[in-house]
Design a protein around this ligand. Structure first.
Ligand code: UFG
Length: 336
């Protein structure tokens, strides 16, 4: 199958899980936010050579070449920009890239009669939910960033294509907060510059690269005053893709377009996550309470019963295990 953005954080872990499940993958990536070394990591873990093409999925003719050179009936589309704050500052960059690349993929899948499209969506589509946990039926809220808007728009593009075109089926997986790394520590998240996300900031602080973690907001209406999120191990997340692909290629979809929440179903506060990181890794983190970050929602976590029953998938890894893997990966990257 084709994996766009397969050199990225979730893409690499998913490639490993797909190969371990017996699927062949062709990876395209333009390395806009990833490194060739990530592909090497996948090859080391799986003991396989990865078919790779350095292609920008926004370039439809270059992408067409990939369709002509490789046989596949399924695409997993990860390739996208994902920094929420940057998307507010540079909306056109996000709309151009995230929408063009996804529409190119959909158009070529239709043109070449390749039926199965899996799209990386996000819990961001739920905004600040009225009721928790969120189910797939919970209303989407107006997007609070261009990034979030591209996720909603791509979901709608996929839904409309599936309804309009006989030969196109789609699944959108709404990821909650992916964290951690492969237990081998050969692949993981490689943020460029100052990390926006909590766990990379924590691991870089523990490694001495950042001086101090700011906990954004301690006055939220939660038990300890910090935000609640649903942190999912990236390897569990990768396995959810395999389960979704099995459903598609096995002809088990009940609708032409389906949506699944992919999370653990367990809310964890920022403070609990920091304390757990310290305990499992036996270290003290330099952190301080700071004002709220603009655009953050207070609480969001998943009802995962649909993915559990329909995909036969469940998040299995503990937060302890996941935060140990995150630190092992940071140490590997920094030679600590
Ligand atoms: N946080 C801190 N300090 C930091 C970074 C984050 O306290 O330095 C807090 C945030 O305020 C938030 C929590 O840690 O409460 C998680 O923040 P992340 O940035 O790791 O994740 P978000 O929940 O903000 O965003 C994630 C993805 C987005 C996606 C969103 C959907 O990164 O792509 O979930 O809800 F849109």
């Amino acid at each position: 199958m084709l994996v766009s953005g397969g050199a990225g954080y979730i893409g690499t872990h998913t490639c490993v899980a797909l190969i371990e499940a017996g699927y062949d993958v062709v990876v395209v990536d333009n390395f806009s936010n990833s490194e060739a070394s990530a592909i090497k990591g996948v090859e080391q873990i799986t003991g396989r050579d990865i078919a790779f093409e350095q292609v920008d999925t926004c370039d439809i003719e270059a992408l067409r070449g990939v369709f002509l050179r490789h046989e596949f009936d399924t695409v997993i589309h990860f390739a996208a920009f994902k920094a929420v704050g940057e998307s507010v500052a540079e909306p056109l960059k996000y709309y151009m890239n995230n929408l063009t690349s996804f529409m190119n993929v959909c158009a070529l899948m239709k043109e070449y009669g390749r039926p199965n499209i899996l799209f990386s969506s996000s819990a961001t589509v739920y905004g600040e939910p009225d009721a928790l946990p969120v189910t797939e039926q919970s209303p989407r809220q107006p997007a609070t960033s261009p990034y979030g808007n591209t996720k909603q728009m791509c979901e709608d593009i996929l839904r409309d294509c599936c309804h309009a075109y006989d030969g196109v089926d789609g699944i959108a997986l709404r990821y909650f907060n992916p964290i951690g790394a492969h237990p081998s520590a050969l692949i993981g998240e490689l943020p460029r510059g100052v990390p926006n996300n909590l766990v990379p900031f924590i691991t870089q602080t523990a490694a001495g690269i950042r001086e101090c973690l700011s906990i954004f907001g301690s006055d939220y209406p939660t038990a300890d005053g910090t935000c609640l999120r649903d942190y999912i191990d990236v390897v569990d997340l990768a396995e959810a893709h395999v389960a979704a692909i099995n459903r598609m290629v096995g002809g088990k979809m009940e609708e032409k377009y389906e949506i699944f929440n992919i999370g653990t179903g367990r809310p964890v506060s920022v403070l609990e996550l920091v304390n757990t990181f310290e305990r499992v890794n036996g270290l003290k983190l330099n952190y301080k309470m700071a004002p709220r970050r603009t655009g953050d929602v207070c609480s969001v976590w998943a009802d995962t019963s649909l993915a559990n029953s329909e995909l036969g998938w469940k998040a299995r890894r503990s937060l302890d295990e996941t935060l140990a893997s995150a630190w092992a990966w940071e140490k590997h990257v920094r030679n600590i």
